[in-house]
Design a protein around this ligand. Structure first.
Ligand code: AMP
Length: 394
């Protein structure tokens, strides 16, 4: 453990419970920002200096698998949760000896390995792209012959934002993909010609109650999420129900507590699960300003054992736009109605996620009070205006 301050003393003054969070990035920050008004207090374990959670609780600066750091994190905590899925499973199990860990460590084990994850989806009767494990060039050849091209070769572990994967458009691309990724445990997936990408977020309480958020439509650029929109156009009850049913199977199987996100490919009326995140998720950031209860608040309600809040859309809809690289001009954005800026206190670097913007219905946007409620068209027009401002770099 490096220069860790001692853990905050335990309250004997009726203050709210202490929530320990593994990770100190923007998701931990937004959890704490949602949890402080509920009277919750926070402690974080984070190896990096000056993380986004600085000032929102005590930060223990130590590696995620450091036994002393883990023990200091959990000391006196009512519950432990985490904000990223690559928490070492052993660390989560160690923490679970001292306090409840939610979501359960089994969810980490499932999410950390794309092969285990896809096999688990299949065992639960959830559709996925066809896949094969690959650990040698020969196995890659066999898998390509079985699945055909195009296909996607991915590392089984530690892939994120499109990193650690290569598209094999034709057999001739196989050597290049192998040179790039070979030597690690891999998975080959059939390429899904999807209509669009969606995600379903749901939350399960300690008492087993499940609430799902409306399906979110997601747009990526170079593997990174750039925009999420709700409601996703043309979602009927059947599609929403199918997504809820799918995520509920995972929640029940894992005896899960907290928010779970499953990224989906839509092909006609079918939903294929691509991957899951056992945590709050970038495609749920719109809920901060566009839902009755944000994903962050509902995650905390779940893990500390409070009743869950309603998950419906507040107003006509919302869009979330990720801010990559450098921060936009606050004055220009603040002048636009229904625009909510969320910055993460991160040093700008090209391509780095430093914040996001939620654009919500501007029913109350008039200077003198409530104005006309947005129509879907006027909301989209305002979203496009924000995108123009961001593209112009002002
Ligand atoms: P992932 O890291 O699995 O979330 O993949 C990043 C992005 O690559 C996804 O959001 C999709 O746009 C694309 N992708 C991943 N797997 C497939 C697949 N099997 N077929 C088609 N596109 C894929």
């Amino acid at each position: 453990m490096t220069g860790a301050p001692p853990p905050a003393p335990l309250p004997s003054d009726g203050l709210g419970p202490l929530v320990a969070i593994v990770g100190g990035g923007q998701l931990g920050r937004m959890m704490a920002l949602a949890g402080r008004p509920l009277g919750l207090r926070f402690r974080f374990l984070e190896p990096k200096e000056n993380p986004p959670v600085t000032e929102l609780g005590t930060v223990i600066q130590a590696p995620y698998d450091d036994p002393e750091g883990l023990d200091a994190l959990v000391d006196g905590a009512a519950v432990v949760t985490y904000e990223f899925e690559n928490v070492p499973v052993e660390a989560a199990r160690r923490l679970a000896r001292s306090a409840p860990v939610f979501p359960p460590p089994a969810a980490l084990a499932m999410a950390q390995d794309r092969l285990v994850e896809k096999e688990s989806f299949r065992e639960l009767g959830i559709d996925t792209a066809p896949f094969r494990p690959v650990s040698s060039r020969g196995e890659l050849q066999e898998a390509l012959e079985a699945l055909g091209t195009p296909a996607v070769l991915k590392t089984r572990r530690f892939g994120y934002d499109g990193k650690g994967q290569a598209v094999i458009r034709e057999m001739g691309d196989a050597d290049g993909a192998w040179d790039e990724l070979g030597g690690r445990s891999l998975i080959l997936e059939g390429f899904v010609e999807f209509d669009r990408e969606l995600s379903i977020l749901a939350v399960r309480g300690r008492d087993g109650e499940v609430r799902d958020y409306p399906l979110v439509e997601n747009q990526h650029s170079e593997g990174i999420l750039v925009r999420s929109t709700v409601p996703a156009s043309g979602v009927d009850e059947e599609l929403q129900w199918g997504a809820r049913e799918l995520v509920e199977r995972v929640l029940t199987k894992l005896d899960y507590v907290g928010v779970l996100a499953v990224e989906l490919f839509q092909v006609g009326h079918r939903l294929l699960a691509n991957e899951m995140a056992p945590r709050v998720h970038n495609s749920g950031h719109w809920t901060q300003d566009g839902a009755w209860t944000s994903q962050f608040e509902n995650h905390l309600r779940a893990v500390v054992g409070l009743p869950l809040g309603p998950t419906g859309i507040r107003g006509r809809g919302a869009a979330m736009l990720n801010l990559l690289g450098s921060p936009p001009d606050r004055g220009t954005l603040a002048a636009l109605p229904g625009v909510c800026l969320h910055l993460y206190d991160k040093t700008p670097r090209p391509g780095r996620k430093i914040g996001h913007i939620n654009v919500v219905s501007a029913g109350g946007a008039g200077p003198d009070g409530p104005g006309e409620e947005d129509s879907p068209e006027s909301l989209e027009a305002r979203i496009q205006e924000v995108i123009r401002v961001l593209d112009a770099g002002v």
